[in-house]
Design a protein around this ligand. Structure first.
Ligand SMILES: C[S@@+](CC[C@H](N)C(=O)[O-])C[C@H]1O[C@@H](n2cnc3c(N)ncnc32)[C@H](O)[C@@H]1O
Length: 237
């Protein structure tokens, strides 16, 4: 049965680069991790596997991780090795200290962040890198309403727009530091020429989101300055 949610429609439409900044953000992250080449790379929440396949072409030995079975099949059809697990359970499946780089595009904000980062830190070798992009709350976001927006977006799309707690970029740095990471590079996600992106643009929502919006008959009411799209490179100490 087709899931009427964001991930279900991604699978149905075969859409990749469903993260802030799209392919341009993936290219930025790829450039940041180039100094670790050649090596082993795990992409968390790899979706249809489009970016994982590009990373393989760049010279990485890639393992994709994807909890959704339909998306896993799409990754496998690209000849990728795809593991059925979550970011949080990765450490129980991949050998500790065996990975050079982990990539996560619009995935970490969907996880239990401390557990996911602990899992990533376990599988990475010391000196390995985590490259990611996500939507992050800003100081403008009303802490009292953030949970409501999280829960509402989760109910509408099947995935939330951002973390359930109002974690700003400063908070992400703190959580990363507690998990043993040091942020070495960070930048706003490329806007792909979108000057003042609405929420659907920032989510990189395709036709799928339109369908979801219509089927759920409503709009998420999130002021434009409550969320920012971040790309970052953190090294496991
Ligand atoms: C917004 S989509 C992004 C997909 C892909 N990274 C891209 O940019 O096109 C989020 C992806 O994360 C996966 N996902 C959700 N929760 C996850 C978790 N706890 N661990 C790993 N992946 C997860 C979803 O199945 C989906 O493929």
């Amino acid at each position: 049965m087709r899931d009427n949610n964001y991930v279900g429609w991604m699978a149905a439409l075969g859409r990749g680069d469903q993260h802030p900044g799209g392919a341009a953000a993936s290219e930025l992250l790829s450039t940041w991790i180039d100094p670790w080449l050649p090596g082993s790379l795990v992409e968390l929440g790899a979706g249809i596997g489009a970016n994982a396949a590009r990373l393989r072409t760049r010279g990485w030995t890639v393992t994709a991780v994807e909890p959704n079975p339909r998306l896993r099949r799409q990754g496998a059809s690209r000849g990728l090795r795809v593991l059925d697990c979550s970011a949080e359970s990765l450490a129980g499946i991949v050998r500790p200290g065996s990975v050079d780089v982990v990539v996560a595009e619009s995935v970490l904000a969907l996880t239990d962040l401390p557990r996911a980062l602990a899992s990533v830190a376990t599988v990475l070798r010391p000196g390995g890198a985590l490259a990611f992009c996500d939507l992050v709350w800003t100081e403008h976001a009303d802490p009292a309403r953030v949970r409501e927006v999280h829960d509402d977006s989760l109910a509408r799309f099947g995935i939330p727009v951002a973390t359930r707690e109002r974690l700003t970029w400063a908070d992400w740095n703190h959580v990363l530091s507690l998990a043993g990471f040091d942020v070495r590079s960070d930048a706003p996600a490329p806007t792909d020429g979108v000057r003042a992106p609405g929420l659907s643009h920032r989510l990189r929502s395709p036709l799928a989101s339109l369908r979801i919006h219509r089927s759920h008959r409503g709009q998420l009411n999130v002021p434009g300055d409550w969320l920012e799209a971040r790309c970052a490179l953190a090294v496991r100490l």
